[in-house]
Write a protein that binds this ligand. Structure first.
Ligand code: PEP
Length: 253
């Protein structure tokens, strides 16, 4: 069965209450209905605006996701948010292991793996990010880095759980830099990831898993990236903050 592309906007630590609602409403106004074929559309606002944005996207063709979560279910974890809380405010998806969390906030593969298991237990859909640094690519280590992030982050995940996982390949050097990976560079890593899934699980699981590309996706480069056989959508940062550019990326899918 063909994989349905997922176009996701990661708003990061941007926007305020009013602009969050306005952007969500602008996207909803032009988004195809939930039942339509075509790409699945997702927005991931900052945690504090999930609730107001949920009201704008409820029962529309735009789904809601969070940018992070904590792995424990409840308790004395000051400042953290649980999977149940995300479900309670209407989230379907959670981004995990974004390179900014790995590289700025020190999240290791083990931390990402604990979060992944919590998300799967809660019935939320994870978008788990992997990607190499510029110096790793230049040193010819891309394949090894991706393999070790894949093995560490997905440890203990069953084949059945894996079928519902989304992976985002995000070369760190391409995030927020305007320096997008070429379609060939991205496709090579996506195809490798699918091989890793096939050898850990089986061909059926590998065919089911959606692998998004992320890193300076813009309206003018989205179509050629999304035309690659193993690229099943995009995780979009900057260009998701402006309705017209995010819509143009959706249209390219
Ligand atoms: C991201 O934050 O996941 C991302 C890909 O950002 P940008 O599109 O701005 O490079």
């Amino acid at each position: 069965m063909a994989r349905r592309p997922l176009i996701a906007g990661n708003w990061k630590m941007n926007m305020d209450r009013l602009s969050s609602v306005e952007l969500a409403e602008a996207l909803v106004a032009k988004a195809p209905k939930a039942s339509d074929s075509g790409p699945e559309i997702l927005i991931c606002p900052p945690l504090v605006y999930l609730d107001v944005v949920e009201k704008a996207v409820r029962n529309t063709g735009v789904a809601l996701g969070a940018q992070n979560v904590y792995h424990e279910d409840k308790g004395a974890f000051t400042g953290e948010v649980s999977t149940a809380m995300l479900r309670d405010v209407g989230c379907d998806y959670v981004i995990l292991g974004h390179s900014e969390r790995r590289n700025i906030l020190g999240e290791t593969n083990e931390v990402v793996n604990r979060k992944l298991h919590a998300v799967l237990r809660a019935g939320l859909s994870p978008i788990l990010c992997v990607g190499e640094l510029l110096e790793q690519r230049q040193a010819g280590q891309t394949q090894d880095v991706i393999r070790s992030q894949f093995e560490g982050s997905f440890a203990g995940v069953t084949a059945e759980q894996m079928m519902g996982v989304v992976i985002a390949y995000e070369p760190v050097w391409a995030i927020g830099t305007g320096q997008v990976a070429t379609p060939e560079q991205a496709e090579e890593v996506h195809a490798d990831l699918r091989k890793l899934i096939a050898s850990r699980y089986n061909a059926e699981v590998a065919e089911a898993v959606r692998i998004q590309y992320g890193g300076s996706v813009k309206p003018d480069n989205a179509a050629t990236l999304l035309a690659q056989p193993n690229i099943d959508g995009a995780l979009v940062g900057n260009a998701s903050l402006v309705a017209d550019s995010f819509q143009a990326i959706i249209a390219a899918a």
